[in-house]
Write a protein of this length. Structure first.
Length: 190
C-alpha cells in the first residue's frame, strides 16, 4: 500500500495509545517498554505533531515535518517533547496525567506556494520561513479560531516572532501542508 493513504481507525487508536503510554512512562520516570510498529500505517515515514490539552486548554504541542523513522517512533518522540520540552509550558506532572487529552496530526509533505490564494483554510497548515524567523500553525488552528486566510497568515507570522503581514515580504517563503488530525475524544465517540 501507498504511504500516502490515510491512516485507518485501528492505526489512529494505536498511535494515540503509544503517545499516551510514552507520556505516562516519561512523566513517571519509567523506562519505556519496547514497542513495535505492529500495523502498516505505523511504519510510514511521515512527520507528525502531538498536541496535549488539559481541561480543554493547550498544554503542549511539538512536532516534526520530516522523519526517516517509522511514524510510531516519531509520535513517541514528539509525545515526550510535547510533555516536557514545549518552552511555553512547564513539564507535565504525574498529577496531571488523568486530565490530559491527546491529539495527533500526521502531516503531508510541505509544498511551497507563490500565491496565498492557494491556501485553503481548514485544509492547509502554514509554515512561514523568513530570514528573521520561522513559525507554523496546524490546519485545525484556523478553524478553531474562525480565522480567514489573512488572519491565519498574520497569526503564523506572530507565532514566528514576526510582525503581522510579514508574509507579504518577498523574502518570506510560505509553505503549506495538510494533516490527518485525530484525538482521543474523537475516537471515543466512534
Amino acid at each position: 500500500m501507498s504511504q500516502d493513504r490515510p491512516l485507518n481507525q485501528e492505526e489512529k487508536k494505536r498511535l494515540l495509545q503509544l503517545a499516551r503510554e510514552t507520556i505516562e512512562d516519561h512523566v513517571q520516570g519509567r523506562r519505556p517498554a519496547p514497542r513495535q510498529a505492529d500495523l502498516e500505517g505505523l511504519s510510514f515515514k511521515r512527520g507528525a505533531f502531538v498536541t496535549i490539552h488539559r481541561r480543554g486548554a493547550l498544554r503542549g504541542c511539538i512536532g516534526n515535518f520530516f522523519s526517516d523513522r517509522p511514524l510510531s517512533g516519531t509520535v513517541e518522540e514528539m509525545a515526550v517533547a510535547a510533555s516536557s520540552h514545549d518552552p511555553r509550558f512547564p513539564p507535565v506532572t504525574p498529577a496531571e496525567l488523568k486530565e490530559l487529552d491527546l491529539e495527533i496530526s500526521v502531516l503531508s509533505p510541505l509544498k511551497e506556494i507563490d500565491d496565498v490564494n492557494q491556501i485553503q483554510v481548514g485544509m492547509h497548515g502554514i509554515y512561514i520561513m523568513s530570514p528573521r524567523g520561522r513559525g507554523v500553525l496546524l490546519p485545525q488552528v484556523a478553524t478553531e479560531y474562525g480565522w480567514d486566510r489573512d488572519t491565519f497568515l498574520d497569526q503564523t507570522c506572530i507565532k514566528a516572532g514576526l510582525k503581522p503581514g510579514c508574509w507579504r515580504d518577498p523574502q518570506t517563503k510560505i509553505l503549506v501542508f495538510s494533516a490527518q488530525v485525530f484525538g482521543e475524544n474523537d475516537l471515543d465517540q466512534v
